[in-house]
Design a protein around this ligand. Sequence first.
Ligand SMILES: Cc1ncc(COP(=O)(O)O)c(C=O)c1O
Length: 422
Amino acid sequence: MAIGRRSFLGTLGAGAALAPAFATAESGSLDGVGSAARGQLPRTLAEVRDAFVFSESTIPMNAANLCPSPRIVASSVATYTQDINQDCSFQNRDKFQQTLETTRRSVAALLGVSADTVALVRNTSEANNVINNGIDLATGDEVVLWAENHPTNYVAWQVRAARFDFSVKVVQLPAAPSDIQQLLDPFSNAFTARTRVLAVSQVSNISGLALPLAELVTIAHARGIHVHVDGAQTWGIIAQDLNELGVDSYTASAHKWYMGPKEVGLLYVHPSAIPRIWPGVVASGWGTSIKGDSVGARRFESLGQRDDAALAALGVAAQMHAQLGAPAIQARARQLASRLKEGLLEAGAQLVTPLAAQFSAGVCVARVEAPNRAELFDRLYREHGIAGAPTGGLRLCPHIYNTDEHIDRAIAGVAALRHLLA
Ligand SMILES: Cc1ncc(COP(=O)(O)O)c(C=O)c1O
C-alpha cells in the first residue's frame, strides 16, 4: 500500500525541521514563502474593484459560472505553487497540512459550522456526486428533485437510480411565485413514506429563482428526509448559517461567488449524516480500515495528491469574506442585482428571475428566445464589453467587484440590442 504523506513524515520525524514562517490563511501574511506582487486584501467594499485585475473593456458578469479572483488570491496560488516548485520535498510541503486545517476552520466558521463537517473537494460537481453516489438507497426508495437542478444534482441521480433501482421524482415550480407556499406545496405533495432524499439547488442557475430553504427543511425533516442543497449559487453571496438552516448536506465551488481559487470546492455534511455517506474515492491517506483514519467530513476529500497551493489560497479568499462581512457582501450584491433587473425592465426586457429579493439572489435572467440568445450574449460582450452567459435566457450575474457603471453599461447594451429580445 502507498504510504501517505503524513505517515511518511511521521516515520522521518521531519515535522520539527520545517521552515518556521509559513503564512497561514488566518494571518494573511505570505512571509516566508515570498510576497512578490501579492496585492492587498480589500478592507472595505469601496476597495473591492481595485483588488481585481480585470479590464474595463471585458466586464465579468457571469459569477454563476466563474468569478475572477482578487489579485491577492491569484498571487497566493502563484506564490505557493512557486514555493512547491522550488522545493517539492515532503519536508517543505508538510506545512500545507496545517494551512489546510486553518483554511477549513475559516471556511467553516463563516458558514456557522464546525471544521469537522467540511470537506474541501474540487468543485460542486464532485461534491454533489459524493452525495448522490454515497447515500445508501434501495429498491422502492424515492429521491425528490427540483426540475431546475444542475445536471450534477439531477442527471447524476437518474444515472444512479438506473443502477440501483430507486426512483426519482422531479418537481416543477411556478416561475413567478407570489408567496412561498406555491414553492413549498409541490414538494410536500411529492413526498411519500418512501422518500429518502430531497435534493435541490438553493438558487437556480437557469432562472435565478431562490427556494425558501428553511421552510423546506422543516417540512422534509418532519418526514425524516435528508435535505441535500446545491449551494453553487449561494456560497459567497448569501449570508447564511448552515447549522441554523439545518440542511443535511451542502455543496459549492470556490471559483464562483466566493471569488476563490479555481477547482476548489466545498462539501458540508451534517455530523449525523457523515457516517451514512460512503466516500466516492478512497485514496492514499484514507488509512487501512474500512472506516478510514480521517475525522469527520475529511473522509470525503481523500482524493490523492491535491493542488496544495489552490487549497491554501482558499484561506486567503475566506479572509476576504471575513474582512468584508457576509451581510455587507450580500447587501451590495443584492443592490447590484436589483439595479440590473429594474434597468433591464426599463430597457424593454422581460425577466425570468423574480424581482423580489425573497425569491432571488445574484442570478439575473432576462427572457430571450433561443434563436436570438446566442447573438445577444455575443454582441453584448463584443460591442459593450459585458461578459454574461446564454443560460436560461440572457443571464447576467454581477458581484461586488462590479460597479454601478458596469450595471448601467449592461442595461444600455441590452437597450441598444433590444430588437434581439424577442
Ligand atoms: C447550481 C449549480 N450546481 C453545480 C454547478 C457545477 O459547478 P462546477 O462546474 O464548479 O462543479 C453549477 C455550475 O454552474 C451550478 O450552477
